[in-house]
Structure formats: structure tokens, C-alpha cells
Design a protein around this ligand. Structure first.
Ligand SMILES: [Zn+2]
Length: 317
């Protein structure tokens, strides 16, 4: 997933509109860097605004993040998604699970080691992460001066791949993502989001399909939306832990998505649309089993799925 600069040279795609960000991270570095999350509450505990949290609202796909954990910048990430309202990711954040916040997903590009004193010789004082006296600002995400950021990347042994923003646009906006009117997300964003949701479900529930209950290698499990994002309210979309589940690629994901099976009020897998032939065999194995992802927090999403597919079936001549 991540590479080291000791291998072949790693290139960082940079366009004229690429912005650079510095994220101060602590013990949570390994989780947030590899899980690819930047998250901050919307408000402080006393309801106050926090400038270095609100910086996150201006981060855009294609931007470059320098992940700092004392004493060095230890990772470089590429931003994959627009900021989106979300409760805190499962790993790496200490706030209560129902804290309103903003989430940006990133792809780890490579691990690096740029010591703070080397970085602060290059970064202009009094801007971004550096105080006027040359110390560290006490906060989370800061904008980094472009020329200084490019020097830092060069210092870390990375190569800059200068691209026009048109080329970068192609990488980010080739597919409309249905998360909301302003969410023109790319295939890359969808992939990153899928990876984030799947990792979170794997951490929550282990490597079992929530429908058939079988254990599979992670690559055969996907995060299946119980209720599609496009149908979710904003509050529901924030609820990333409960609005999706793990389903295997050996039929369960497709059968659930197409409504051949539904999950009843008590969590039992039941018949949805009639399935014939080989589909019927697979379905008979599943009917009567308990869905592992069904609980108090997910029951309303399963209810939506059940009612939606039963209504579709009732209206099919
Ligand atoms: Zn399965």
C-alpha cells in the first residue's frame, strides 16, 4: 500500500491548483496515515470554532498532505475526497462516536523522514505550521506555502510530476458520485471511500461476510451500503460505521444489493425478490440465518432496504 523512498523514485503529481497541507499527528499517526483519514470536530468542546480544524474544509482532491509526527514529517498522502460531514473514524480519534465532524479521505503515498528542524529551515516563519519565533503551532491542519512544500518534497527524495490541472481533473472527476449535489467525486474517491468503509468494518467485525457468516480473505469482502448513500440524509451519511456492512463477492453482495434477500426486523435473512435456478440454491442457504451486521444502530437502514425492495417487488407486474 505504501512505499519507501529507498525503492525507485516516487513521484508526486502536482498541478497549478494543487495545495499543500501540514497535519500535526500524534500517537494516532500510524492509524490515520494508513487508514487515510483526516478528521476534525466541527466545534470545540465549548462550542468554539477552531481555525486549524476548519482548515480541513478547504482541502480538495489532488492536494498533498505532509503527515507530521514528532520529530519528523513521516508520511506523504494524496487527498482523494472532498471534505464531507462524518462522525469520527473508528481508529485514531478520541472524540465520542457521535461527534459531528468533517472527514477527508487520503491515499498514503509513501513514508518519509523530514526532521522538524530541516523542515522549519525551509518553511517561512509565522505562516502555516511554524510560529513567528520558529516553533510549532499548537493545532491540527495548516496550509503550507507552495514553493516551500515543493522544496520539502525534493528534500525527501521525491520527484515532482508537474501536470496540468486538466490532467489531474481527469483523475478525480470522471464519475459523478451520488453523495449530494456538490459531490462531484471521482472513481478514485469512490475507491478510497470503499477502502475506508471496508477497513472500518473489518476492524469492527473481523473478516466475515455479514450475510453468509463465512470468513474470507479481505480481498473478497466489500463494504456494502445497507442504505445507498444517495438515499441517506446528511445525518445518516455521517454514520459510516453503521450504514454499511461487509458482504462477500461470492454472491451475498449482489443478492443483497438487488433485493433478492432482505433482513427482517429481528435480523433474520428472508426472501426478497424471487430468485430462480442457481440463485435459488444460494438463497436457500442464506434464508433463516442471522445477519451479523444487524443491531440497534443499523436496524433502520435494514428496514429501509427491506421496505424499498418489497415495494419494488409489489409494483412489478
Ligand atoms: Zn457471503
Amino acid at each position: 500500500m505504501t512505499r519507501s523512498t529507498k525503492d525507485t523514485p516516487i513521484t508526486v503529481p502536482v498541478g497549478p491548483a494543487t495545495n499543500f497541507w501540514w497535519a500535526f499527528q500524534s500517537l494516532n499517526f500510524r492509524h490515520v496515515y494508513f487508514d487515510g483519514t483526516l478528521w476534525a470536530p466541527l466545534k470545540g468542546a465549548g462550542g468554539q470554532r477552531v481555525a486549524s480544524w476548519e482548515t480541513l474544509h478547504y482541502v480538495r482532491p489532488g492536494d498533498v498532505v505532509l503527515n507530521f509526527k514528532s520529530p519528523a514529517v513521516q508520511g506523504i498522502s494524496l487527498v482523494s475526497t472532498l471534505p464531507t460531514p462524518a462522525y469520527p473514524p473508528l481508529r485514531g480519534y478520541k472524540e465520542p462516536a457521535d461527534t459531528n465532524g468533517m472527514l477527508v479521505l487520503t491515499e498514503p503515498l509513501c513514508e518519509v523522514r523530514i526532521l522538524r528542524e530541516d523542515a522549519y529551515r525551509i518553511l517561512p516563519p509565522g505562516r502555516g505550521p511554524v510560529t513567528a519565533k520558529g516553533g510549532s503551532n499548537n493545532g491540527y491542519v495548516y496550509s503550507v506555502d507552495r514553493d516551500a512544500a515543493l522544496k520539502l518534497l525534493h528534500h525527501a527524495g521525491l520527484e515532482i510530476d508537474n501536470r496540468g490541472d486538466k490532467e489531474l481533473d481527469g483523475a478525480w472527476s470522471s464519475e459523478q458520485y451520488l453523495g449530494g449535489p456538490s459531490d462531484t467525486w471521482a472513481l478514485a474517491a469512490v475507491r478510497t471511500e470503499q477502502r475506508f468503509l471496508r477497513n472500518q468494518q473489518l476492524q469492527l467485525r473481523g473478516s466475515s461476510c455479514s450475510l453468509c457468516g463465512r470468513s474470507y480473505p479481505d480481498e473478497f469482502l466489500v463494504a456494502a451500503h445497507i442504505k445507498p448513500r444517495s438515499k441517506c440524509s446528511e445525518g445518516e451519511r455521517m454514520d459510516t460505521r453503521n450504514v454499511s456492512m461487509l458482504a462477500c463477492l461470492f454472491g451475498c453482495d449482489a443478492l443483497f444489493e438487488r433485493g433478492y434477500l432482505i433482513v427482517g426486523t429481528d435480523g433474520t435473512i428472508e426472501a426478497g425478490r424471487p430468485g430462480h435456478g442457481q440463485i435459488g440454491d444460494h438463497l436457500r442457504y442464506l434464508f433463516g440465518r442471522s445477519c451479523l451486521a444487524h443491531d440497534e444502530r443499523s436496524r433502520d437502514y435494514f428496514a429501509w432496504h427491506r421496505q424499498h425492495h418489497l415495494a419494488v417487488e409489489a409494483n412489478t407486474p
